[in-house]
Ligand binder design. Structure first.
Ligand code: GLA
Length: 727
């Protein structure tokens, strides 16, 4: 049984594969956290709740009759604010008396097979009975607020998924002011915080620094995830490397305002909270109403950050991406954006398709510019009707011409946006998010549609469905190119405006759900000015997300390496473009560490380049399974090493490895042997290129022979690959 309740000790022990998590119900029904880490068989764990000295300034509950117990210092499962715990709190409810004191205590629990869906929200799911769920019901006796804590244990992964459902069982309305998805109280601060920061065209840069006393946090309040931080945080023990040491990975299935807060208290005990950002959040619960938080995912790794990432990769492909494309071979595409921007017509697109077909490319994606009066980025968002001046003969005729060449067809949308210069805005100015009496800020000349409104979502759904249902569309790129300012909805009453941001996200999920349910055959790729909404909430709907508007292969290294900390390689949208730095060969190798595709004018390729593209297309097919379903190893990090970036894919049965090196800048030293992780030490591997045979043990401990690459052979921007196959 992965979830066990020791009734005598009142201890819950949750055993995922390679990961034990424990909590207990203590006196006066406090729900106390005990343990999260490597597997342990015991349930006699109550001593783990005493973490250091008792502080005489900490409030005591006299009923507990334990002089060493205070909610101010004990590790708690889901800490609430105002009743003696002065650390950051997961839950804060303002009741009818006007105070925000919240004090939840254990009431009951249930354990059942499977995993519940979360209403209106993306969530991980069970496959073939591999999950068991614990629901712990707690109650604040004064406000009547019930908080049910959900824990799902996955038997095939070191993963626990968590969330909270808060219900008003009292007789008066209450306001939720903080309602995080999960809390983790740890016993020591011997951890480094690893997270991802960025900006447009430089997303997902990895940073690592030791925890400090006090509060450290990563947040978004942009209405969307944003490129500034990813809703992901890892704690790695100070000595942890890519392949050794302990790491705890925390991820949030949410695409709006998020917060990861870490407070290290005076005793050096960290508390981690992750969930909806409480800033600019308030949710009114009428009697009988309930609120469901987004899902938080917690991963434990005893094999460093690499082990943590591999768990996320496989787990998210298996238990989060619900698209039928998650594990189906995806078509190799070429996108029109960097090739043509807004300057295309039907004939040009057909020419692209013809050239692409000759190269072995399987799908043409028509990016921005096909609808309304969209001749540039100043206008027409919201007018999702086909511009027949550009696409003469209409969309069906264009798609037919492309399909006749044996090429599939994909299309671009930005469903959440509206330009003031659009028919939609002229008809419905109040559909743009804004505050009465204040001017709209514009970003890329556009406003955001009020997705909290059913009528707005219905309109956009209908416009999209009209086009999609009448045309042979195999793929959609769903873009989202601005963040939300002047946040308010014309439809919400003043006391509910604090709900706006979360309702927006729920509205986007609803629309995405409707589109993917109505057209399940469509491969959906998310995008937000590149990787500005690269999060697991989006992965639920779309198995791939465009990783960055930066297609420079050297810059892409840190972007893709960073994203790989939490997100599957099979989800990283990566294309070969005409960017000036590095050659086509290296561009192809970097894009192969992602979904792979093209973003250039195929008519402009030289004969030599065309041959290289054909070889790349062959590699895409040859290595598809290895890259999409294999284990990914980060070997030399582009953010830590000034010269080199190395990575490898290993097949699950360890019979095959694809190793890639990119020389960002030629190193001054000669090419030293490089140790390769992940292989079977007992197997013998042949370098497909040279015929040289190595044992897995030699490659792991002695390293790969790179001496044949002379000092001048690999220069700035060059790369090499090695394919090893076990004999
Ligand atoms: C965003 C996307 C690009 C492209 C443009 C079109 O910037 O990230 O890939 O689709 O929009 O306007």
């Amino acid at each position: 049984m992965p979830i066990l309740f020791d009734a005598e000790r009142r201890v819950f022990k949750l055993d995922a594969k390679g990961f034990t998590y424990a909590m207990m119900v203590y006196r006066e029904n406090y729900l106390v956290h005990l343990y999260a880490g490597a597997p342990i068989p015991d349930t006699d764990l109550s001593y783990l709740m005493y973490r250091g000295w008792f502080d005489s300034l900490s409030p005591l509950n006299p009923q507990v009759e334990d002089p060493n117990f205070s909610v101010d210092i004990q590790p708690l499962e889901y800490p609430a604010g105002g009743a003696g715990d002065f650390r950051i709190s997961a839950l804060s409810v303002r009741g009818k008396a006007g105070d925000a004191v919240t004090d939840i205590r254990y009431v009951s629990h249930k354990i059942y097979q499977g995993k519940p869906a979360l209403p209106g929200l993306p969530a991980t799911f069970d496959r073939e009975g591999a999950a068991q769920t614990l629901e712990v019901e707690t109650l604040d006796a004064v406000t009547g607020v019930k908080a049910t804590l959900l824990y799902t244990v996955f038997e095939d992964y070191p993963v626990i998924a968590r969330s909270a459902r808060v219900e008003n069982t009292g007789d008066s309305p209450v306001n939720l002011e903080r309602v995080y998805s999960a809390c983790l109280d740890l016993p020591t601060m011997g951890w480094d915080m690893v997270h991802l920061y960025g900006r447009w065209a430089k997303e997902n840069t990895t940073v690592r620094h030791p925890l400090q006393h006090g509060i450290q946090a990563i947040h978004s309040k942009r209405g969307m995830t944003g490129p500034n931080h990813s809703p992901f945080l890892a704690l790695a023990d100070h000595t942890a490397t890519e392949e050794t040491g302990e790491a705890l990975g925390m991820s949030l299935l949410y695409s709006g305002n998020f917060a990861f807060d870490v407070e290290v208290d005076t005793r050096g005990c960290p508390r981690v909270l992750w969930g909806i950002n409480p800033e600019e959040f308030r949710w009114r619960l009428e009697p009988g109403e309930a609120f469901q938080t987004p899902e938080a995912v917690l991963v434990y790794s005893a094999n460093g950050l690499g082990g943590m990432s591999r768990t996320f990769h496989h787990f998210y492909l298996d238990h989060l991406c619900r698209s039928q494309w998650a594990k189906k071979k995806r078509p190799l595409l070429i996108n029109s954006w960097e090739a043509a921007y807004f300057d295309f017509d039907d004939d040009k697109l057909v020419e692209f398709a013809k050239e692409a077909k000759a190269l072995g490319i399987e799908m043409l994606v028509m990016d921005d510019g096909w609808f309304g009066n969209r001749c540039d980025d100043h206008r027409a968002l919201g007018d999702w009707w086909v511009n027949e001046e550009k696409l003469k003969g209409g969309l069906s005729s264009l798609i037919q011409r492309v399909n006749d060449l044996g090429v599939q067809f994909g299309i671009w949308y930005e469903p959440e946006m509206i330009n003031p210069d659009s028919d939609l805005y002229r008809a419905h100015p109040d559909w743009a998010i804004g505050v009465q009496g204040r001017e709209h800020s514009l970003s890329r000349h556009q406003c955001v549609l009020d997705m909290t409104r059913q009528d707005v979502r219905d309109n956009i759904f209908q416009q999209m469905a009209d086009v999609i249902s009448q045309n042979n569309i195999a793929y959609i790129k769903w873009d989202c190119n601005r963040h939300i300012s002047e946040a308010a909805s014309a439809q919400l009453p003043p006391e509910r405006q604090g709900e706006f941001f979360h309702r927006y996200v729920l509205g986007v999920y609803d629309l995405m759900d409707r589109i993917t349910t109505a057209f399940p055959h469509i491969l959906l790729e998310n995008c937000s000015s590149g990787g500005g909404r690269f999060d697991p909430g989006m992965l639920y709907y779309s198995p791939q997300i465009w990783a960055s508007d930066c297609t420079d292969p050297i810059e892409r290294l840190s972007i893709q390496f960073g994203a790989s900390l939490c997100y599957p390689i099979a989800s990283l949208g990566a294309h070969v473009s005409a960017s000036p730095r590095a050659g086509l060969e290296t561009k192809g190798r970097v894009a192969l560490c992602g979904t792979f595709g093209y973003e250039l004018d195929p008519r402009k390729l030289t004969e030599e380049e065309r041959e290289m593209v054909k070889a790349q297309v062959a590699d895409y097919h040859k290595y598809y399974d290895l890259i999409h379903y294999g284990d990914f190893y980060r070997i030399t990090s582009p953010t830590e090493d000034p010269f080199l970036c190395d990575w490898a894919f290993v097949s699950p049965d360890k019979t095959e490895m694809l190793f890639t090196r990119v020389v960002m800048r030629r190193p001054p030293n000669v090419y030293q042997p490089l140790r390769l992780p992940g292989l079977d030490p007992e197997k013998f591997y042949t370098d497909e290129d040279t015929g040289k045979v190595y044992s897995g043990a030699l490659l792991q401990h002695g390293g790969l022979d790179l001496s044949s690459y002379g000092r001048n052979e690999l220069s700035d921007g060059d790369s090499l690959v090695k394919h090893f196959v076990a004999r």
